[in-house]
Write a protein that binds this ligand. Structure first.
Ligand code: 5GP
Ligand code: ZN
Length: 113
């Protein structure tokens, strides 16, 4: 599978892991856009948010629950934080493996773009 994040899951590309269980991996973004910038991904290759279905929704829900726990553990709850999943070209998705960005530690801009 020629997918950067699948290679990170397989340990073929190193990453700074923040959390791991049998279904989910979280690691620090290589090009952080905020003081805290973590990516949370399912280990299973799901290409994007658009590929979430009733069948894999329990896995997607687990990814989100892990994201909330990580944000808590990283101390982001008090100041607040942002969860982002870019889906497709217009959103600027660059890695075609479902991922949620956790962004915190600074004031986010209001714009949705
Ligand atoms: P997207 O643009 O698809 O929403 O987000 C992809 C993110 O993956 C980007 O923020 C980018 O910096 C990050 N990224 C790309 N390649 C790597 C990598 O090899 N290691 C890590 N830790 N992050 C990566
Ligand atoms: Zn993948």
């Amino acid at each position: 599978m020629d997918c950067i994040f699948c290679k990170i899951v397989a340990g073929e590309i190193p990453s700074t892991k923040v959390y791991e269980d049998d279904r989910v991996l979280a690691f620090r973004d290589i090009a952080p856009q905020a003081p805290t910038h973590i990516l949370v991904i399912p280990k299973e290759h799901i290409p994007s948010f658009a590929c979430i279905t009733e069948e894999n929704a329990p896995l997607a829900a687990h990814v989100l629950a892990v994201a909330a726990k990580i944000a808590h553990d990283e101390g982001l709850e008090e100041g607040g934080y942002r969860i982002v999943s870019n889906c497709g070209e217009n959103a600027g998705q660059t890695v075609p493996h479902l991922h949620f960005h956790i962004l915190g530690g600074r004031k986010m801009t209001i714009e949705m773009a």
